[in-house]
Write a protein that binds this ligand. Structure first.
Ligand code: GTP
Length: 370
């Protein structure tokens, strides 16, 4: 069974984390998200995957190669320019030879793929769209169905009075290759605004597959933090790298934790990370490899990628740091602050309320403080 994963988007909503790292490659609990996704597909019987890459394409070749490390066959195919979601699959059409799974590369889900395939086959569907319920559908594309689950209408970001269903397109599809005859070649073309509305007109069988499986779009700062939370509290299955040294505290390789440091799980600590005296790490938190957490620092709900140096007495709450940042003593970072890569933040800065600091930024002492 083959699958195409769409990984060519710019990931603008997650900037500055995606300035140097394509969104599907950002770490989720210290593992590139795409790696988790590929392993999950392999375990569900998909052994050949085509990655449709575009933005920062070289990162995919460097980390995933031909897929043999993960026990699967991987084709990495680069678009000459962004072709949109349907255009990207059209671009790899020559590699498809039967019903094919297509995935958005930014959705964390434990959907039962074999059940979806059986459903697709039973109904002799040409396109099957996984659907997930959401509380507030106004930010999403709604999919309406008839009593037999045949899709009847798509509604993009409806106003409250237009809402007729809480089921949204979950970004997982099974598509028969012949459907790509409706997609114009060498053009930017989307599923939601292009192919799917056309198939409603042609009346080829197109079904929705509603499911209550775990589902989160990792592509926004808050959902990126939420998904860490969900993984760490066990809401979605995830194999942590490392061994459990205390109740829900996992440590990979050689981390060094001062006896006076307080760690309250769920916390994952990467290889080579040092936690100094009196530091407090409160879960759900993830410390990447080779980080240095200074004395008396206090972290809660924090996600740090690798090589961050956190100064004495720093507070970090519900915020994300990319790679290689240095945070000066007594900084206060909270409420969804996002710091890119290689920033030098001087002592006693306050970075709060969703502030985004671009890679390579340097801030002097108390540059932002009140
Ligand atoms: P935002 O800029 O934050 O909206 O992110 P995005 O464009 O990366 O993601 P969006 O949610 O719009 O796209 C859904 C999925 O399709 C993501 O996994 C993207 O990587 C992928 N994608 C979007 N556009 C393209 C494209 O032109 N080519 C390819 N190959 N993939 C795409």
């Amino acid at each position: 069974m083959k699958a195409v994963i769409l990984v060519g988007g710019l990931g603008t909503r997650l900037r500055p984390l995606t300035c140097n790292t394509p969104k599907p490659m950002i770490p989720l609990v210290n593992q590139p998200f795409i790696e988790w996704m590929l392993l999950r597909l392999r375990d569900q019987g998909i052994d050949e995957v085509i990655l449709a890459v575009q933005y920062l394409a070289d990162r995919f070749y460097a980390i995933l190669g031909d897929g043999s490390r993960l026990g699967m066959k991987l084709h990495i195919v680069e678009e000459p320019e962004p072709r949109g979601t349907a255009g990207a699959v059209k671009n790899v059409e020559h590699l498809l030879d039967g019903p094919t799974f297509v995935f958005n590369g930014d959705v964390m889900t434990d959907l039962d793929l074999q059940a979806m395939l059986a459903y697709h086959r039973e109904r002799q569907s040409k396109i099957t769209i996984a659907l997930t319920p959401v509380e507030d559908p106004t930010q999403f594309g709604l999919v309406e169905m008839d009593a037999n689950h045949q899709v009847t209408r798509f509604l993009e970001k409806p106003r409250v009075e237009e809402i007729t269903t809480n089921l949204i397109n979950a970004g997982t599809y099974i598509i028969e290759p012949e459907m790509f005859r409706y997609v114009p070649p060498n053009q930017f073309y989307m599923f939601e605004r292009g192919l799917f509305p056309v198939v409603l007109q042609t009346r080829d069988p197109m079904y929705g597959f509603p499911s209550r499986a775990y589902w989160t779009d990792i592509g926004k700062p808050q959902t990126y933090l939420d998904v860490h939370h969900d993984i760490l509290i066990g809401k979605v299955k995830f194999d942590f790298h490392g061994h459990e040294i205390a109740n829900r505290v996992w440590v990979a390789g050689e981390a060094s934790i001062h006896p006076s440091a307080q760690i309250v799980g769920p916390v994952v600590i990467g290889d080579g990370t040092v936690v100094e005296r009196g530091a407090r790490i409160i879960g759900p938190s993830v410390l990447g490899p080779r980080c240095h957490i200074g004395p008396e620092a206090s972290l809660e709900g924090a996600v740090l990628w690798e090589n961050n140096v956190i100064g004495e007495g720093v507070t970090i709450r519900n915020s994300v740091l990319g790679r290689g940042n240095t945070i000066g003593a007594k900084c206060f970072i909270s409420d969804g602050a996002i710091i890119g890569d290689d920033c030098g933040i001087g002592p006693e800065n306050r970075l709060e309320r969703g502030i985004r600091i671009w890679p390579g930024t340097t801030l002097g002492e108390q540059a932002i403080s009140f």
